[in-house]
Design a binder for this molecule. Structure first.
Ligand SMILES: [Zn+2]
Length: 169
């Protein structure tokens, strides 16, 4: 069912390089604590809107603990993308540029949470592939579905897979 002429996106390649640099090759190694420690980013859980902070050498991410645990990784990766890829203070930027960064961060989440070099751990022929992915990558079914649809759009599967098979309940 897989079609390996798929062309990875540049953001996908960026994520693969980033993970290999810090030695992350298996889904089990994707871990907020391990990644943030390795990058010297302080992570806090507070009942406030999530944000990131870079002050001199200090780098921090606040995760809104009111969000369900399955969303924490997605929030972490979103803020991490801003720290790693977007220099500068967002509030001082023109709106269009800020929107571009938000777009970039949203895509980054998909690729960082379900990296290309770990797609081999997914059995795409499983009728419960979404549940399987949520289990392997500890993210929401919505994000898994988004990733599946992105793969399908970019020709990762040999036949076009009926979207109905990408479901969960
Ligand atoms: Zn953002």
């Amino acid at each position: 069912m897989k079609f390996h002429d798929y062309c990875t996106t540049s953001l996908e390649d960026w994520v693969t390089k980033f993970y290999s640099r810090i030695g992350i090759t298996k889904p089990k190694q994707i871990d907020i604590t391990a990644i943030s420690r390795c990058l010297r980013i302080y992570v806090h859980y507070k009942p406030i809107y999530s944000y990131f902070e870079v002050i001199g050498r200090y780098q921090g991410i606040v995760i809104d603990c009111r969000e369900p645990p399955e969303k924490h990784r997605e929030i972490f990766f979103h803020e991490l993308c801003h720290i790693l890829r977007h220099a500068g203070v967002q509030s001082m930027m023109p709106k269009a540029f800020r929107e571009l960064q938000e777009w970039d961060a949203r895509h980054f989440v998909k690729y960082a949470a379900i990296p290309f070099h770990m797609l081999q751990y997914i059995n795409f022929d499983d009728p419960h592939v979404v549940e399987q992915m949520t289990d392997i990558f500890k993210v929401s079914p919505e994000l898994c579905l988004e990733r599946l649809l992105q793969l399908q759009r970019n020709g990762y599967f040999r036949q076009s897979v009926p979207t109905q098979s990408f479901h969960w309940d």
